[in-house]
Design a protein. Structure first.
Length: 262
């Protein structure tokens, strides 16, 4: 196991992978400009084995109810892998593969593999959850903190969603779907054709967050950053829309961030 940062380069793009800090992407620089927020809440962390909030930290698997630590009282949020140290499986100048073994407080054994691949105009993040033992429900997602401002005008978000999950006072989806509403957001949107969100820093850079998954959480209530989080299901999805990891079928997801200069 190595806690050393991994630096990937391709053209004038540079990405930093931090296996020892939850497997997060510590930074993404294009032409020397850092796109991801630095400081306390920084980079892009993997959300696994669940995304967003799990109500009261509880989820049911068959007849068994599991209790997770309430790290965002009264809920459990964003999985456990972001708190652990990941192992380096392999590295190349433009690619890194890291792994994380699921441990307590997650009640099942399994392995998460994340591949980070950089080209001069795109970053591709791929994640898989597999089990060699019992099947279990899980989710995969990514939580990037994009800088709201790169030194010019604030970023503009552009996306077209089929629906917005109605958010209750507890910040969790109520189960009802509404037409998308204007921001600010801490909300989950449905995109059945795949996640497709464009971030434009006028006169500087245009970046598209894409994924074959149909769920994305947009969070832009902070002054310094905006978050565009593709994921395999909605918040509280361990209870409402579980995706099963089985010995024969891992759970896999991918997101591609592509950019161009303006």
């Amino acid at each position: 196991m190595s806690n050393e940062p991994i630096t990937l380069t391709a053209g004038d793009a540079e990405a930093t992978v931090l296996p020892g800090n939850g497997g997060r992407i510590g930074g993404l620089r294009v032409g020397g400009t850092e796109l991801l927020r630095q400081g306390e809440r920084f980079g892009c962390f993997p959300m696994v084995p669940w995304c967003g909030r799990t109500r009261d930290g509880r989820f049911r698997d068959g007849t068994t109810v599991h209790q997770l630590p309430l790290n965002s009282p009264p809920h459990a949020i964003h999985g456990t892998a972001r708190d652990g140290a990941w192992r380096i499986a392999r590295t190349a100048p433009d690619e890194a593969v890291i792994t994380y073994d699921l441990v307590e407080p997650w009640p099942y054994s399994g392995r998460v593999t994340q591949q980070v691949a950089l080209t001069p105009d795109a970053l591709t993040l791929t994640m898989a959850v597999e089990t060699y033992d019992s099947s279990f429900p899980a989710q995969i997602g990514w939580h990037p903190w994009f800088n709201r401002n790169l030194g010019g005008e604030d970023v503009r978000l552009d996306f077209s969603a089929a629906w917005q999950e109605e958010r209750g006072e507890d910040h969790l989806p109520t189960g009802k779907r509404t037409d998308p509403k204007p921001g600010p957001w801490d909300d989950c949107f449905g995109m059945p054709g795949g996640v497709d969100v464009k971030l434009t820093w006028p006169g500087q850079l245009e970046l598209t967050v894409a994924s074959r998954e149909e769920w994305v959480v947009i969070y832009d209530e902070q002054a310094e950053a905006v978050c565009v989080e593709p994921q395999t299901g909605p918040p509280n999805g361990l209870n409402t829309l579980p995706r099963l990891v089985t010995p024969l079928e891992p759970l896999e997801a991918e997101t591609v961030w592509s950019w161009r200069r303006l």
